[in-house]
Design a protein around this ligand. Sequence first.
Ligand code: ATP
Length: 225
Amino acid sequence: MLQLFYGGTFDPIHNGHLAIARAARDELQVPVRLMPAADPPHRAPPGASAQQRARLLDLAVEDEPGLCVDRRELFRAERMPEARSYTVDTLHELRAEQGDAVPLALLIGADSLLGLPAWREWRSLFELAHFVVADRPGSPLDDGLPPELSAALSSRWTSSPEALGSRPSGLLYRLSHPLQPESATEIRRRIAAGDAWRHLVPERVAEAIADERLYLEGAATPGPL
Ligand code: ATP
């Protein structure tokens, strides 16, 4: 069966992330593992720490069948605190664990797909996994891909969920779901600025953010000098 991983900073997890994870679960009929990124070494975490972000994810998936949290990138950062965590390393780790024959896929938003050429060893990622892409406002997939990326992807598109389960890697599948406007940057900005934000995240996540007084500082748009 296809193994589907949804990586991200999740700083914090929001309703857009959840909607996409549910859509992927339902459309592809597989569990989705949400995989928070570790904090980068030698830098204070931008919003919440990796532990806090992962805890918010636990709360978000508590009542969600078929969604779970995978802390492997946090564990790797504990083992190797000096190393930055790259997707290619995570995929190699998964392959070492699960073997070469298992179909693996990464779920990403369209903005991440557009930025793929900046990822470490990006072309080799397709030898390790499929990609499932979720449309995102402001990140056009139709006619919006830069030529280099478009050329690398053109033979990989499939509209068949079964195709993803029939080979280990190399395909690209576009999820069909309503566009989700939420953005973690915007939520952090709203919290710091005192604007309404609780409706953008699951209720339990909102409670925890408020209890722990997360994101109150640092993300506000600077006012006039
Ligand atoms: P930011 O707003 O700071 O960029 P984010 O909301 O994109 O943060 P991430 O943790 O970076 O949150 O996102 C994890 C993955 O989910 C990325 O691949 C991103 O493209 C995707 N994603 C996040 N929000 C959406 C959304 N509203 N629609 C589609 N994809 C999304």
